[in-house]
Design a protein around this ligand. Structure first.
Ligand SMILES: Cc1ncc(COP(=O)(O)O)c(C=O)c1O
Length: 478
């Protein structure tokens, strides 16, 4: 089984390599040009005939080539009878209310040969692949493949989310129950729904600065007015937070108390208590995004929601990154009327989450192997983090790390004032290294030039090369 999987993964990689190579060739080839024969490609790429055929099928499906049986495979002519004119849409659509980027930089696709330090997801080698595959296979054999889930989610999965938070709840605080949980198809859609349901268009939402780019986009999408509050390695500045609540009358704060994206910050217990006190004093909600719950390295995540039973904290817990990006499942825990509003929004937006995915997610996190996997993951994240931090210190001496994060997936490095981030990103990309410029993590003007570097991406042995390229590209600017 293992060996078969290994071969399948190798064949996926080689086929992607052949597709990438031929796409480069096709970009300048005249229509009708003949592609090298399958036999030549087998020799050129050192791949099996099956892998080459798979690459050809992919190119065919992309509409880039056509094969004539017994003759060969040819570059397909792009047929454009005339340049289409969509000008009428400009008038029909009017100016967009907000300018959303088509693809945010951490979601860019990397070619198989690139060193990808830009992404926000862990590499597949860090996922519990065996658990996920068997959970999906089991789910597909059962009723889940054919039924609709209840709107708030499968009762067993809701109970699991509630129990996980209940286990962190100290004595004297009423733990959440399964009824308080709404299962959503990923926390991104959960955040949009919460901002729509609990803030509303034109009303203020306090955000840490810097903060998760997707939360900034979700806020823009929901039409809420964002108010940045400066945040550092210990969490948001309590005086600035108090001022922002008082000045704006905001009733919602979005924050990540554990291993924040991008800074990796974990709030101290004292800071967490101060923030919760401020939230309570202003009769407000804290939307706690616990996206990295499973990515503790030196510490474990300490959800603030465990200390609230008065409905002030709306807790968002994603499984996408730690179980699998293909199992897009998250739980929202909210109490009182806020829970009802979140549920109503979810019903209108997504209706329900695929039962197949819910069953598979629950299967994975309730296997004994899940906890063993998480322990191994912490070790791997630690060595990857230290490797990348060491490579940065050696090759990019001008990059400054405020702190080495105790969990999460990223390093957040400050670069010298005046760094042209767009140029740096382009220069690195031209040299085969993808980085994420920090600009997208700031709700307003950035406080300085930063890059976010993912230490959970593919092939850590190439981190030093990635850092060297970054250092060389930066050196050309000084
Ligand atoms: C801080 C944070 N919250 C939420 C999300 C969205 O996660 P999901 O895959 O659950 O939608 C991400 C993904 O990058 C994230 O970094």
């Amino acid at each position: 089984m293992r060996v078969a999987l290994l071969f399948r993964n190798m064949s996926d990689d080689s086929s992607a390599r052949i597709v990438a190579g031929l796409r480069t060739w096709l970009a300048t080839a005249p229509p009708g040009a003949r592609l090298p024969s399958n036999r030549e490609l087998v020799a050129r790429y050192g791949a099996s005939p099956v892998t080459v055929q798979k690459a050809m099928r992919t190119l065919g499906a992309l509409g880039l080539v056509e094969s004539r049986p017994g003759v060969g495979t040819f570059a397909r002519a792009v047929r454009t009878a005339r340049a289409p004119d969509y000008g009428w849409q400009t008038a029909a659509l009017g100016a967009p209310r907000t300018h959303l980027p088509p693809v945010s930089s951490p979601l860019r696709s990397a070619s198989p040969d690139a060193i990808g330090l830009h992404a926000g997801y862990p590499d597949r080698t860090l996922l519990p692949e065996r658990l996920v595959r068997s959970a999906l296979a089991r789910a597909a054999r059962g009723d889940a493949a054919l039924v609709r889930s209840p709107v708030p989610g499968r009762p067993e999965l809701r109970a699991w989310f509630a129990t996980e938070l209940a286990e962190a709840t100290p004595p004297g605080v009423t733990p959440p129950s399964a009824r308080d949980v709404v299962v959503v198809p990923g926390s991104q859609i959960g955040l949009s729904g919460i901002f729509r349901a609990l803030v509303g268009p034109g009303r203020p939402l306090l955000l840490e600065s810097p903060t998760y780019w997707g939360a900034i986009l979700a806020a823009a999408q929901a039409g809420v007015r964002t108010v940045p509050v400066p945040s550092g390695p210990d969490g948001p500045d309590p005086d600035e937070l108090a001022r922002a609540f008082a000045e704006t009358g905001a009733r919602v704060l979005y924050a990540q108390p554990n291993y924040a994206n991008p800074t990796g910050a974990q709030w101290s217990r004292e800071r967490a208590q101060r923030v919760l006190d401020l939230v309570r004093a202003h009769g407000a909600f804290l939307v706690e995004d616990d996206w990295a719950h499973d990515f503790g390295i030196e510490t474990t995540a300490r959800p603030l929601a465990a200390h609230d039973d008065a409905g002030h904290v709306v807790y968002v817990r994603s499984l996408t990154k730690s179980v699998s990006p293909a199992v897009r499942v998250a739980g929202i825990i909210a109490r009182g009327p806020a829970r009802d509003r979140v549920l109503a929004d979810h019903g209108a937006e997504s209706m329900y989450v695929s039962d197949l995915l819910q069953v598979a997610a629950l299967d994975v996190v309730t296997q004994r192997g899940w906890l063993t996997h998480l322990r191994g993951l912490a070790q791997q994240l630690r060595s990857r983090r230290d490797l990348l931090a060491g490579a940065l210190a050696e090759h990019v001496p001008d990059a400054h790390l405020d702190h080495v994060p105790r969990g999460g997936l990223h390093l957040w490095a400050r670069l010298p004032d005046g760094t042209d981030l767009d140029r740096l990103t382009r220069d690195c990309e031209a040299a085969g290294v993808l980085i994420a410029p920090g600009t997208e993590w700031f709700p307003a003007e950035p406080s300085g030039p930063h890059v976010r570097l993912n230490f959970s991406g593919p092939d850590p042995a190439r981190f030093p090369d990635g850092a060297r390229v970054l250092g060389e590209a930066l050196a050309t600017q000084t």
